[in-house]
Design a protein around this ligand. Structure first.
Ligand code: NAD
Length: 300
């Protein structure tokens, strides 16, 4: 059973993801006190039913929970250490939904616990469309009690809320998942190009591989070839979706995490190299990550 639904939530970071998430909370009856450094983001949040606030500290007033959805670990650490730990009421539940490094997530979890806060890292799978539709998957790290408090709030923004383990475990799950996604996308692109060069029709190869042992999400939900399989960013000129620059960010986090624990990740490392080269061109960095198929095709 989920605990009582939290009434007032402070939401900090209303960008591509945060805006849709905050809007879903508001639509499901939460009072959302929203803050973003960008005025335009605040205005969009207001139009989506949130209450715009003058600062992160102001957003905390009377809130039972605070959510951060920020670009990276540096911003999350700054907001948590400078504002949440200092200005949140002691019973406030702290939730970070950003994608950040495991080390910072663990450190913030420990610091929150030392101050008596319930806190979780709760990164998401699913892009801007899933954030807007309220169909994200949340991978949650933190103590059981904090998870149970966070679940009804996260459920209002997603289709699945899974307790991954202790503090930082949500980020660990996210980093391993996205490394797998990158490697499988590269492999899917390679397989289609090979089949094509061997004379196969791509749609016919899709029909075979999608019911054979090579089947994977990168193929059957997100095929990198236009006109093959269900509609995907490839059919829209590789408009994201999930931008190559964001995939590169996640791969760098995965490589750092692997180094920190001495894990060997030969496929992940190769995928990271390929995305480093691809996203070095700013025009390509903005494309969906499935556009990596173009670089692989050129390399031949
Ligand atoms: P974004 O850049 O669109 O939004 C970040 C927002 O944070 C911006 O509006 C910015 O003004 C605001 N911000 C930065 N510092 C702030 C501060 N100190 N106080 C208040 N606001 C501040 O990023 P996004 O695409 O919404 O992604 C957010 C997080 O979600 C990232 O960690 C990203 O890796 C992760 N994520 C993104 C996607 C995606 O498809 N976009 C998918 C899964 C996870």
């Amino acid at each position: 059973m989920d605990g009582p639904v939290t009434a007032t939530v402070a939401f900090i970071g209303l960008g591509n993801m945060g805006l849709g998430m905050a809007a879903n909370l508001a639509a499901r009856g939460f009072a959302v006190q929203a803050f973003d450094l960008a005025e335009a983001a605040l205005q969009r949040a207001e139009a989506a039913g949130c209450r715009p606030m003058a600062g992160a500290a102001e957003a905390l007033a009377g809130a039972q929970a605070a959510i951060t959805m920020l670009p990276a670990g540096a911003q999350v650490a700054a907001v948590w250490r400078e504002t949440l730990f200092e200005r949140a009421a002691p019973a406030t539940l702290l939730i970070d939904c950003s994608t950040i490094d495991v080390e910072t997530a663990r450190a913030l979890g420990a610091e929150a616990a030392a101050r008596g806060f319930d806190a979780v890292d709760a990164p998401v799978s699913g892009g801007v469309a899933a954030a807007a539709a309220g169909t994200l998957t949340f991978m949650v790290g933190g103590p059981e009690q904090a998870f149970l408090r966070a679940r009804p709030i996260l459920s209002a923004m997603g289709k699945a809320v899974i307790h991954a383990g202790g503090s930082g475990a949500g980020q660990a799950a996210k980093t391993a998942n996205n490394m797998l996604l990158a490697a499988s996308m590269v492999a899917t692109a390679e397989a289609f190009l090979l089949a094509q060069k061997l004379g196969l029709d791509p749609q016919r190869f899709y029909e075979i591989a999608s019911v054979s042992s090579g089947q994977c999400w990168s193929m059957t939900s997100y095929c990198p070839l236009p006109g093959v399989g269900p509609e995907s960013p490839a059919d829209r000129g590789y408009a994201p979706g999930f931008a190559a620059a964001l995939m590169l960010k996640d791969l760098r986090l995965a490589m750092d995490a692997a180094r920190s624990v001495g894990a060997r990740t030969p496929m992940g490392a190769r995928a990271a190299e390929l995305y480093e080269a691809f996203a070095a061109d700013p025009d390509r960095a903005r494309l969906d990550f499935s556009a990596i198929i173009r670089a692989i095709d050129e390399a031949a």
